[in-house]
Design a protein around this ligand. Structure first.
Ligand SMILES: C[S@@+](CC[C@H](N)C(=O)[O-])C[C@H]1O[C@@H](n2cnc3c(N)ncnc32)[C@H](O)[C@@H]1O
Length: 336
């Protein structure tokens, strides 16, 4: 099964913490010129997926999208399979929101969305309904910064945002997203990254965008799921990424420039897998303290084009110094 060609530009359906639209120009530098299959294990709002789609880079290719958030995946699947039903509920929510604003938001969040998703138990991703998908989109468009955050009891608890006139229902956009997600060859899974990365191999292009490692104790948002994403998860991810690169996959990864992340990828085994690290300036909007939202560096780890680059370096005698160069690449400017 293969993805159909469609060159129209379609923006992501959702706002998402850590969404990568602002980093696209940097990431594009490492899109491989050719690949057979695209894999995105932390898809979120899918900024890179939609970017590749808009550039026509996914035409005729298989695509594997995954995320561990069952509401997100449930929403995508329902939009894909029943866009009109989602649009009908979204229209009604838009009307209600125009009349009642924040009181509508809290009513939907506490009396409709949370009870309905709690009733699904462990079957959230598989059993999502058009009503839940529409509420998920509504809460995303009208809640604070589009965050998705659960409390300890597993209830969605994001407060309302301060939007004057939020665009809640755009039927053409929802239908366009449904077509992109429903193209031949596109699969959408609720799965942890290890599962998604396990079979990445030569010919695959993997883009990984995990919850960022904190650069200070308070400056990062990693609570997409009840369990969060800690140092142990980052270490397991690193090993999975190095293994995928060694199996021949082209890997592109973004993360914060936390020193331990930079050090973890600037190692001899990562270098042998062709992985290089570079810092790029970026801006994050998640922190509730405005003074911590300024420009900060992010890391991009990639082995795109490495085989050719290493060949050139081997000829020029630079290859044996490669790991040192990687370490040197990690000495950019400090954190904001
Ligand atoms: C930084 S966001 C990805 C943002 C995405 N690139 C975009 O453009 O919106 C990280 C994502 O990783 C997901 N996630 C967290 N832990 C995960 C895990 N163990 N396996 C797979 N996905 C996970 C979160 O649900 C979240 O959607």
């Amino acid at each position: 099964m293969r993805a159909a060609a469609d060159s129209s530009v379609i923006r992501p359906l959702l706002k998402w913490a850590g969404g990568k639209r602002q980093l696209l120009a940097e990431l594009r530098r490492d899109y491989p010129p050719d690949f057979d299959r695209y894999i995105e294990p932390f898809v979120g709002s899918g900024a890179v997926f939609f970017d590749l789609h808009a550039a026509g880079r996914l035409a005729g290719r298989r695509v594997r999208l995954a995320d561990v958030n069952p509401d997100l995946i449930g929403c995508y699947r329902v939009v894909r399979d029943d866009a009109d039903a989602v649009i009908a509920v979204l229209r009604a929510l838009e009307r209600e929101h125009r009349e009642r604003g924040a009181s509508c938001y809290y009513d939907v969040r506490d009396r409709r969305f949370n009870p309905a998703r709690a009733a699904l138990g462990d079957r959230t991703a598989a059993a999502y309904t058009p009503a839940l998908a529409a509420m998920f989109v509504y809460l995303n468009r009208t809640g604070f910064n589009g965050l998705f955050r659960l409390n300890r009891r597993g209830r969605f608890n994001v407060p309302t945002g301060r939007y004057i006139n939020p665009r809640i229902c755009d039927p053409d956009h929802v239908r366009a997203v449904a077509r992109v997600l429903g193209a031949d060859g596109v699969t959408i899974e609720c799965a942890p990254f290890e599962t998604t990365l396990a079979d990445a191999h030569g010919g695959d292009f993997v883009y990984g965008d995990p919850p960022y490692a904190p650069v200070t104790r308070t400056a990062s948002f990693a609570q997409y799921t009840a369990g969060g994403f800690g140092a142990f998860d980052h270490a397991r991810l690193r090993n999975a990424v190095v293994a995928a690169a060694r199996r021949g996959a082209t890997v592109l990864l973004s993360n914060s420039s936390a020193p331990e992340i930079e050090a973890a990828y600037a190692t001899p085994d990562a270098a042998r897998a062709g992985l290089r690290v570079r810092r790029v300036p970026a801006r994050r909007a998640i922190n509730s303290r405005a003074d911590l939202r300024g420009p900060v560096d992010e890391l991009i780890v990639s082995n795109a084009g490495t085989s050719r680059g290493r060949l050139r370096m081997a000829k020029s005698g630079l290859c044996s110094r490669y790991p040192d160069q990687l370490a040197a690449a990690g000495t950019g400017k400090g954190q904001a």
